[in-house]
Design a protein around this ligand. Structure first.
Ligand SMILES: NC(=O)c1ccc[n+]([C@@H]2O[C@H](COP(=O)([O-])OP(=O)(O)OC[C@H]3O[C@@H](n4cnc5c(N)ncnc54)[C@H](O)[C@@H]3O)[C@@H](O)[C@H]2O)c1
Length: 435
């Protein structure tokens, strides 16, 4: 099919948008395309998620169910039936890209999804990969699979890569207002991809290839991982010198040019920053290159939970207590403030280290009422109510995630000891230790 026919169909909103993977990335896209008048088909292998969404129920805290209900009225439908891929004109892949146990890219979600849609691909579709990955994935994995159907990419079917940018819980940006980068396999692919995203996103930035688009996303996330590693290392140095790193960051941030603040914490969390950089590390080896900044930042960031635990031990020691047998309440276990996402949360690493050392560990998190089932971790716990009575019964409150919903004054008033990994408590007080 001529690219212009598909572009026309997209611009006229006659195109059906298929989103594969209805997670943190896929679901907001569903809502956006439905909101502007497209029929949207959401496809996921998770039957529970699909059933919930079809009942108008959200399963992500920052996406209200009312928005799902509205999108169903506007023409959204979720399904587990991959045969329906043939109905869609655009197929946008938003599936996970984790690391395997050797910390190497695990592309199986991307390749499995592609294998599952291949039997239903047809002339006149655009296939867009949004999952974060190493440069070359679209050409090496998606292109041959798409062409195994006999369809020619750039002529019958169009292939693009467009990385997702999301900052869950940030009220200043929404899908429409976050600029989006797109690269196409051919010029025609790019034109179709541009039309697909310009219909939904205010600002679309075109790059010369799918590889450049893949690398763009990695640069963004590596930039964060490396700078967070740097500031975490600075925190350890400052602490040893008796300097409060948060005071220093606040002061440095007054420089009107050439400085961007990054904030230290108990480690790195989330689906992206601790994982994505290693996609490049792995691919760079194929070119006989080492990504030393990435490895170094990874090393510093991975060691942060251990450093926090040693600070906690020291603080207890000074009070004549040992970590073994101490009652510890972890404040906030989501990977960052004001959200419910637990993926790669450093709080979980802290909890595991504490248990390993014989502490009695509980947690409180307004966003995580029950400790969820996680692939690698399990705690049979539910969130403790942070009442003054409960708070005062713990030897340590370990502040891992600084949710705005916590009453920090009340906590400080009733806690025996707070270990603050986020710089919440600005002024020195007897029962607060910064870590
Ligand atoms: N979460 C973020 O803030 C964010 C931001 C930018 C980029 N990304 C990237 O986007 C991608 C998706 O991340 P996410 O956070 O949305 O993941 P997620 O785990 O929230 O969602 C992925 C969804 O894909 C589904 N799925 C798995 N295999 C499938 C298959 N074969 N077919 C159809 N659906 C399948 C899962 O059931 C799940 O619902 C990743 O590559 C991630 O690195 C995420």
């Amino acid at each position: 099919m001529d690219a212009n026919i598909l572009i026309e169909k997209i611009l006229n909103k006659k195109a059906i948008i298929g989103i594969l993977g209805l997670g943190y990335v896929g679901l907001p896209l569903v809502l956006r395309y439905a909101e502007i008048g497209y029929k949207v088909l959401g496809i996921d292998i998770d039957a529970d998620k699909v059933a919930k969404l079809n009942q108008g129920k959200s399963y992500i805290a920052h996406i209200p169910s009312a928005k799902i209900e509205m999108s169903l009225k506007q023409g959204f439908e979720a399904t587990t039936d991959f045969a329906r891929v043939s109905e869609a004109d655009a197929l946008i892949l938003c599936v996970p890209t984790p690391l395997n146990k050797y910390r190497e890219p695990d592309l199986t979600f991307v390749t499995d999804t592609t294998d599952m849609i291949v039997p239903y691909l047809r002339n006149g579709q655009v296939l867009s990969l949004e999952s974060t990955t190493y440069p070359g994935t679209t050409e090496e994995e998606l292109l041959p699979r798409a062409e195994s159907t006999g369809l020619k990419v750039g002529e019958d079917i169009f292939l693009v890569y467009s990385p997702e940018r999301e900052d869950p819980g940030n009220p200043n940006y929404e899908t429409r207002t976050i600029p989006k980068v797109v690269g196409g396999h051919t010029e025609a692919c790019l034109e179709v991809g541009k039309a697909l995203y310009e219909s939904a996103i205010d600002h679309v930035i075109v790059v010369s290839s799918t590889k450049a688009a893949e690398m763009t996303k990695l640069l963004e996330n590596i930039h964060r991982a490396v700078n967070i590693g740097l500031v975490n290392e600075m925190k350890i140095v400052a602490d040893r010198m008796g300097i409060d790193i948060h005071e220093v960051i606040r002061a440095a941030s007054t420089k009107p040019f050439g400085f961007t603040p990054y904030y230290p914490g108990p480690g790195l969390g989330g689906h992206c920053i601790p994982i994505d950089p290693f996609y490049l590390t792995w691919k760079a080896r194929e070119y006989d290159l080492n990504t030393r900044f990435i490895e170094l930042a990874g090393e510093v960031n991975t060691n942060m939970p251990r450093w926090v635990i040693s600070k906690t031990m020291d603080a207890l020691n000074e009070r004549g207590k040992s970590l073994k047998g101490a009652k510890i309440l972890v404040l906030g276990i989501a990977y960052k403030k004001n959200i419910d996402d637990m993926r790669e949360s450093p709080a979980v690493a802290l909890m595991e280290l504490l248990v390993e050392k014989g502490a009695i560990v509980h947690y409180t998190d307004p966003y995580v009422p029950v400790f969820p089932k996680m692939r690698k971790h399990h705690f049979d716990l539910s969130s403790v109510d942070p009442t003054s009575k409960n708070i005062s019964s713990y030897d340590v409150l370990l502040l891992a995630t600084d949710h705005a919903k916590f009453d920090y004054d009340m906590l400080q008033k009733h806690a025996k000891l707070i270990v603050d990994t986020r710089g919440v408590y600005l002024d020195a007080c007897d029962n607060v230790v910064k870590a």
